[in-house]
Design a protein around this ligand. Structure first.
Ligand SMILES: *[C@@H]1O[C@H](CO)[C@@H](O)[C@H](O)[C@H]1NC(C)=O
Ligand SMILES: *[C@@H]1O[C@H](CO)[C@@H](O)[C@H](O)[C@H]1NC(C)=O
Length: 386
């Protein structure tokens, strides 16, 4: 590059037009260079820098050295797991995952482990859009309640730690939140009332915690929800009918709780529901016929108090990779129409009070005796003849 011509503009004879133009270009280039240098110096605002250092100070990561790169002034470049918004130059993402394919884990030949707590200092990262502190196994303390004041937060993923305390009461303020994942922690308390205000929420995962109380009656307000995973908590009460009005809902896992009442028939009329796990609860009454001929392909109702007969309404829409009705009080025969199902991969009808001849047909060709064991008087292949 040519050196900038530093003659004052006034001294340029008006006829030297070409020279004049090249001077302007040179000045422009110099100016742009200065600008880019300045913007990289200031790309991490001091307040964000301080917040990240406080966040780091509350954590201890002994094996991988993920925080070794968190030095120097510019938190927006080369700080492990940190990224900034290109326009605002504010910290937008913190993405720290203890189980990932990053080379840092391959080199250490182990998964992540970290102790300490999540510092409320992160709440001064006003532009934070994604906070993932996942699978570190040893992080304790509570989810700082001040995160509900981060208006741009879209993803909150703290799966796989030892976090305790409750889901922040005012979680419903996070109007942009699409992912709430606090699974595999020690979270207690009830599902906050405000949760159903999360109008952008698509993925709710609270599995394996100690959450009790009932599901909010107005659950159906979560119009964008596609997955709700609440397995292995202490949730009681009934399945809210309003949940069945969520058009996009594809996966419902309420297994291993203390949910009572009957299974709403409207579950079987949900347009895209494909997984319905209600196993290990206290559900009673009959299996709704709607569930047998529905888009649901993974249906586990095992270990409840269901009674009556298995609805005799199998047909071409009955396509089950899993159909587990074991450990209930089902009576009567195995319905004849079951032989008309489009597909049944894994069938378990064991531990009921079924009686009669096992139907023959393609869905049964690959099944084993264990699928039918512990009933009152089932007979025929794969059990002994009638
Ligand atoms: C849900 O949001 C509405 C409107 O912003 C508000 O009036 C209401 O108090 C919120 N509900 C809860 C339980 O926070
Ligand atoms: C269905 O649920 C029961 C009880 O929770 C569980 O033991 C079983 O493995 C599940 N079935 C399948 C096929 O996943």
């Amino acid at each position: 590059m040519r050196k900038p011509n530093i003659r004052p503009l006034s001294s340029i004879p008006s006829l030297e037009r070409f020279e004049n133009m090249s001077l302007r270009l040179d000045l422009l280039l110099a100016f742009l260079l200065l600008l880019s240098a300045a913007s990289s110096v200031y790309s991490c605002p001091p307040s964000d820098h301080a917040a990240l250092l406080s966040f780091k100070a509350a954590l201890h990561e002994p094996y991988l050295g993920i925080f070794n790169s968190w030095t120097g002034y510019d938190c927006c470049h080369n700080w492990y797991g940190v990224s900034c918004d290109a326009e605002t130059n504010r910290v937008a993402d913190i993405n720290l995952r203890g189980e990932s394919e990053d080379p840092i884990f391959e080199r250490a030949k182990r998964t992540g482990y970290m102790t300490g707590t999540i510092s409320p200092a992160i709440c001064s990262l006003e532009r934070l859009s994604s906070l993932a502190i996942a699978d570190w196994k040893g992080i304790t303390g509570e989810i700082p309640s001040c995160i509900t004041a981060l208006p741009f937060l879209r993803i909150l993923d703290v799966i796989g730690n030892r976090l305790s305390g409750e889901i922040p009461t005012r979680i419903g303020r996070l109007s942009r939140l699409t992912v709430l994942n606090v699974a595999y922690n020690l979270i207690t308390g009830e599902i906050p009332r405000s949760l159903t205000n999360l109008s952008s929420l698509m993925h709710l995962d609270l599995r394996n915690n100690r959450i009790r109380g009932s599901l909010p009656r107005d659950f159906g307000r979560l119009r964008m929800l596609s997955r709700v995973l609440l397995s292995k908590n202490m949730i009681s009460g009934t399945i809210p009918e309003s949940m069945t009005t969520i058009y996009r809902l594809a996966d419902i896992d309420l297994s291993l709780n203390s949910i009572t009442g009957q299974i709403p028939a409207s579950l079987g009329r949900m347009p895209v529901l494909s997984m319905l796990n209600l196993d290990s609860n206290k559900l009673w009454g009959r299996i709704p016929a709607t569930l047998i001929n529905s888009p649901v392909s993974n249906l586990n109702l095992s270990k409840n108090w269901l009674n009556g007969e298995i609805p005799d309404v199998f047909g071409q829409r009955s396509y089950f990779t899993v159909l587990d009705l074991s450990h209930n009080n089902l009576r009567g025969p195995i319905p004849k129409t079951i032989a008309r199902a489009a597909f049944i991969g894994h069938l378990d009808l064991s531990h009921n009070h079924l009686c009669g001849q096992i139907p023959a047909g393609p869905p049964f060709d690959h099944l084993e005796a264990s699928s039918f064991a512990y009933n009152d008087c089932l007979c025929g292949w794969p059990l002994k003849g009638c």
